[in-house]
Design a protein around this ligand. Structure first.
Ligand SMILES: NC(=O)c1ccc[n+]([C@@H]2O[C@H](COP(=O)([O-])OP(=O)(O)OC[C@H]3O[C@@H](n4cnc5c(N)ncnc54)[C@H](O)[C@@H]3O)[C@@H](O)[C@H]2O)c1
Length: 383
């Protein structure tokens, strides 16, 4: 694939490495500043997306910019005849997601979402076990996504700049990954949610340091701009799945000592499991009266999932391997070779669930997710 990347920050660099590892070529990088794009050290540098699309004619555009730019940049890429691999969250509103899906359809191109945690072999194994009925009817789905990313009161990220993040912070930055994992592993849509939000650190100061983004709107203070940050940095949610299972999760951006603590735990009538992203090569399978630790073993994977394990049992795989798998299957989807990749439909569902959570937290009531269950099989293909 001849790939172009939009953005030149943390995740753009991850994409650049994985594109090269998959035999693709990064032909161009477009960022907010030309110097930022040049600093990536791959492809031709641009600070104008239209110019990059016109000059480089990429097969695929990897959108790795702040959330509020995803929709327009993805639509421009489709209109230029490229496929799109868009970072999560897909956009900042479900209306924008629908415009992106329409643009892909008009162009006859494919959009995929970088739901990278789907790529772990253990996640694939658990999904197969759930879908084959190994755990019986599901009763409970609970979990966590705890991060310490913005614990430091002095830290400023573009998410704090009004308008760039969208209507949610923790749920858009971390929560959509966990919500996708739940739906991917259970094969069931999340249909309703109750949410409580807290903002533990409402005061943030932009000082124009590297990585803080463009100067935000706010109050001038000594050495910078003070911003009143009103989005949630802690979301506590209770959810319901179409098959009747229910459960809770906390999504937290201020959890000291937890860089990326993602937990998924399920109980069903015949058993359950617990999986932790920080130890992705094993999971605990639970049966009445027994707990069994299952270490990663490619021989236990289903035939469709064997490819996700790139080394034999006993060798650990990690985040870059899982991420590489998701880019690889998304590219295969773009070539028409599979429909089992994180679709734009799955991206839309994530945004719609977060919108329901925002409404629930604001109006203090349970809210249904406004995406038809009937489309779930298309958004999360079982094959
Ligand atoms: N899949 C994952 O696990 C994962 C992890 C981290 C971030 N992300 C997502 O990736 C996106 C970027 O996050 P990040 O952590 O790399 O942020 P970052 O701050 O490290 O980088 C953002 C980059 O976008 C550039 N940029 C800003 N405005 C732009 C514009 N208008 N056009 C082009 N480039 C622009 C900035 O210069 C910077 O290079 C976000 O949507 C985030 O949610 C996903």
């Amino acid at each position: 694939m001849r790939a172009a990347i939009v953005g030149s920050g943390y995740i753009a660099r991850v994409h650049a490495r994985l594109i090269a590892g998959l035999g693709g070529e990064v032909v161009g990088v477009c960022s907010r500043t030309l110097s930022g794009a040049e600093a990536m050290g791959v492809g031709q540098a641009y600070d104008n997306l239209d110019a990059m699309l016109r000059d480089e004619k990429p097969d695929v555009v990897h959108v790795c910019s702040p959330n509020s730019f995803h929709a327009e940049q993805a639509i421009a890429a489709f209109e230029a005849g490229a496929h799109v691999l868009c970072e999560k969250p897909m956009a900042t509103s479900s209306d924008d997601c629908r415009r992106m899906i329409d643009a892909a359809g008009r162009a006859g191109k494919v959009g995929a979402i970088a739901y990278c945690y789907r790529g772990y072999p253990a996640v694939r194994e658990l999904r197969r076990m759930v879908l084959s009925g190994d755990f019986g009817a599901l009763w409970r789905v609970t979990g966590l996504y705890l991060s310490q990313d913005v614990c430091d009161p002095d830290k400023y990220v573009w998410h704090f700049s009004p308008g760039l993040c969208g209507p949610a912070f923790a749920l858009f930055d971390y929560g959509v990954h966990w919500l996708d994992l739940v739906q991917f592993v259970t094969g069931q849509p999340i249909t309703g949610i109750i949410a409580t939000f807290n903002t533990r650190r409402p005061d943030r100061v932009w000082r124009g340091r590297p990585g803080e983004g463009a100067k935000p709107r706010g109050r001038a203070v000594d050495g910078g701009v003070a911003v009143d940050f009103a989005l949630e940095d802690q979301a506590d949610i209770m959810l319901r799945l179409s098959g009747g299972a229910s459960g809770t999760a906390t999504i937290m951006a201020l959890s000291p000592g937890n860089p990326n603590h993602i937990a998924l735990s399920v109980d069903g009538a015949a058993g359950g499991f617990d999986w932790l992203q920080e130890q992705p090569n094993s999971f605990v399978e639970r049966r009445p009266g027994r707990k069994i630790v299952r270490d990663r073993d490619p021989d236990r994977l289903g035939p469709d999932d064997r490819w996700t394990a790139s080394v034999p049992a006993g060798h650990p795989e990690g985040y870059p391997d899982a991420f590489r798998n998701v880019i690889a299957e998304s590219w295969r989807g773009m070539r028409g070779e599979t429909d089992n990749f994180p679709t734009f439909g799955a991206g839309l569902r994530g945004i719609a669930i977060v919108e329901a959570a925002v409404t629930s937290a604001t109006e203090r009531r349970p809210v249904d997710v406004a995406v038809p269950d009937a489309d779930f099989a298309r958004d999360y293909p079982a094959s």
